[in-house]
Design a protein around this ligand. Structure first.
Ligand SMILES: [Zn+2]
Ligand SMILES: [Zn+2]
Length: 143
């Protein structure tokens, strides 16, 4: 597989890709993920770091730490938050799924909601049957 994504720049966008099915995908409602993107929820794919590479525009990638342990990479031109590194997961990186090109199979489906206790008050979660966890919870895939 070869899944591609990028930032919102029209000229010389940051582009990246991965070549292995994500370890897991989840919906995150934590205030770090949501506030930084201006969205009410984040869809996050967890990937092995060695399956991921930046293919274009790497010089435009900047970092913002929403926690000392959470390193978020964004495009310094368009502001798009694309992926992040979390110290607790040294072998993985986390991608904001909506930054992936939409016309492709990303390799995995969301399996749970995490940080539900941080849900924005305007949002109602869909009745999708997925497990909902008040804070972080590892994927059932993690076993
Ligand atoms: Zn950009
Ligand atoms: Zn989050």
């Amino acid at each position: 597989m070869n899944v591609k994504g990028g930032c919102r720049c029209d000229n010389n966008p940051v582009r990246f890709e991965y070549n292995k099915k994500p370890f897991e995908v989840h919906y995150c409602l934590c205030t770090d993920c949501t506030d930084i993107c201006g969205g009410a929820l984040a869809v996050i794919a967890v990937l092995e770091r060695n399956a991921f590479k930046i293919t274009q525009g790497e010089n435009k990638v900047a970092n913002f730490d929403t926690k000392p342990t959470c390193h978020r990479r964004f495009c310094k031109e368009c502001g798009c938050h694309m992926f992040l590194y979390v110290d607790a997961f040294p072998d993985h990186l986390l991608i904001h799924v909506p930054t992936l090109d939409r016309d492709q199979d990303i390799g995995e489906k969301p399996d749970r909601w995490v940080f539900v206790k941080s849900k924005h008050p305007t949002v109602t979660l869909p009745d999708d049957g997925l497990p909902r966890h008040p804070g972080w919870e590892n994927s059932p895939n993690a076993g």
